[in-house]
Design a protein around this ligand. Structure first.
Ligand code: CP
Length: 342
């Protein structure tokens, strides 16, 4: 029997606990999930809820008109303290597709954070203006702190190097749509596995499905954090291997999930420059891959996938960005408890 998963909170001293400078493991319980209408981690949704949400996203893709006025009287606030193209715009497109309205800010500098306002005060005020909020913040734990002060559902739209649960919903919908299943797959995660929040969230979500094997492809310095290795992979007896060469891993994969080496997470430029072109997926490497292996990438891409790969039918990263709109529409409807049965 699998041991229960732990929910990891990365709370820095600016937000609450003055001593918690490292991840704090909290047992994941149903009470936690159902008492809060927020989405901080993929674990806030059970596998059954996740499957239902993905089914809803698929129906939205097929029948967009059916949902066009389901949020006519609702507002989404996008509070983005860190740059974004896909997450913010796909959230805004999602709410507009549902008939709702959007408001918010796209940089900390253009909000009263620049004057020293706390995240908790900002969400209290935002709760007066909107029905639901998506928050991105460079500090791990900031959306969680917001959720504790909020009277509206808060969605973690990426918190530092910690979690990015709506990217995970996007990834799961993409994998399920392309491969037809989330179980019995071998997935390669390649690049910055240390700071890559999309990778951390995706692993936490996928370990709950049967017979998923992970191939963790990274340079030594950017290996997966030990709390994911020990408490998520090992604790759940999940099969995984850690390798450095992409060429060695690629032939066995059903999904290759490429990630960018993130300049903004490095403390010094020299380390970033040394690491940034460690992996470049090109046509030559794609010749080693299965015919039915799909390439995913949360984007933005820098150099890690050569542009020549874009025309390969297995390149699914732009399609993935489109799935992000359907799944965020499904999430908004779910968290706002909008009745979509008729
Ligand atoms: N995938 C993703 O989070 O992209 P953005 O940073 O553009 O939102």
């Amino acid at each position: 029997m699998k041991k229960p998963l732990m929910y990891y909170m990365m709370v820095t001293k600016e937000f609450s606990d003055p001593v918690a400078q490292r991840p704090v493991a909290v047992p994941y319980t149903k009470k936690w999930r159902y008492d809060m209408r927020h989405l901080m981690s993929p674990l806030d949704l059970s596998v059954e809820e996740l499957d239902k949400l993905l089914d809803l996203a698929n129906d939205i893709e097929k029948n967009p008109q059916k949902y066009a006025h389901t949020c006519d009287d609702k507002r989404l606030a996008t509070l983005f303290y860190e740059p974004s193209t896909r997450t913010r715009l796909s959230f805004e497109a999602a709410m507009m597709n549902l008939g709702g309205k959007v408001l918010g800010f796209s940089t900390a500098d253009s909000s009263s954070a620049a004057k020293g306002e706390s995240v908790a005060d900002t969400i209290r005020v935002t709760s007066c203006y909107a029905d639901i909020c998506a928050m991105r913040h460079p500090k791990e734990g900031a959306p969680l702190v917001a959720s504790m002060a909020s009277t509206i559902p808060v969605i973690n739209a990426g918190d530092g190097g910690h979690q990015h649960p709506t990217q995970t919903l996007t990834d799961l919908l993409t994998i399920r749509s392309l491969q037809g299943r989330l179980h019995d797959i071998t997935i390669g995660l390649c690049g910055d596995l240390k700071f890559g929040r999309t990778v951390h969230s995706l692993i936490e979500a996928l370990v709950r499905y049967d017979n998923v094997k992970f191939v963790l492809i990274s340079p030594e310095e950017l290996r997966i954090p030990s709390y994911i290795r020990e408490d998520v992979l090992n604790r759940n007896h999940v099969e995984f291997e850690e390798v450095e060469r992409l060429e060695d891993a690629i032939p066995q994969l059903d999904i290759l999930y490429m990630t960018r080496v993130q300049k903004e997470r490095f403390f010094n430029e020299e380390d970033y420059v040394r690491m940034k072109d460690f992996y470049i997926l090109d046509k030559q490497k794609m010749e080693l891959a299965k015919e039915e292996m799909f390439i995913l990438h949360p984007l933005p891409r820098v150099n890690e996938i050569a542009v020549e790969v874009d025309s390969d039918p297995r390149a699914a990263y732009f399609k993935q960005a489109q799935y992000g709109v359907y799944v965020r529409m499904a999430l908004i409807l779910t968290l706002l408890e909008v009745d979509v049965s008729c």
